[in-house]
Ligand binder design. Sequence first.
Ligand code: GRF
Length: 197
Amino acid sequence: MLNIVVCVSGGGTNLQAIIDGVAEGRIRNTKIVGVISNNAGAYALTRAKDAGIPAFCISPKKFENRENFNQAFLAQLEALAPDLIVLAGFLVILPEKMIEVYRNRIINIHPSLIPSFCGTGYYGLKVHEAALTRGVKVTGATVHYVDEGTDTGRIIMQKAVEVLEGDTPEVLQRRVMEQAEWVILPKAIDEIASSRE
Ligand code: GRF
């Protein structure tokens, strides 16, 4: 059994895709042992609770400094003892120690075909705005391992999505989620779980 912790900051549609994937047997041999958010208002926390998954909010605002926040965050992770950490829209710079301790055990979903439209500053709608400004005809999503860089870790899975005439960043974001993110993130977790057996 692959025990995973999912880290989230927002709406949690990717988290939902994982919850559904596990429930429907598309993600095999996997248990979501916890969801951690840095944002108390994240709807993702409600999704976790509704699914009966232990949900934790560790907000930097509640700590005197970054170091104290990092310590609390790492302590929560350690308590959950995950085999794999899944970053699903987690807008926090990871503590360096976390990357060391969980090397090759942290994955992230990025809403473009890396190495396009990735790295510092490319998050959320900005990624899709940049793709539209550049005029690419194909974009997509990437699941990759997390290392010290931003979106530089080894690529696990990618899926292309067509850009259509008249797309707005919001419309393109939605299509990339539906056709790529919600497909390849569950698939990547299933493959990692299966490869451990
Ligand atoms: C997704 O677009 C993901 O690729 C990015 O952040 C967004 C999170 O959306 N890293 P959600 O919270 O899963 O709905």
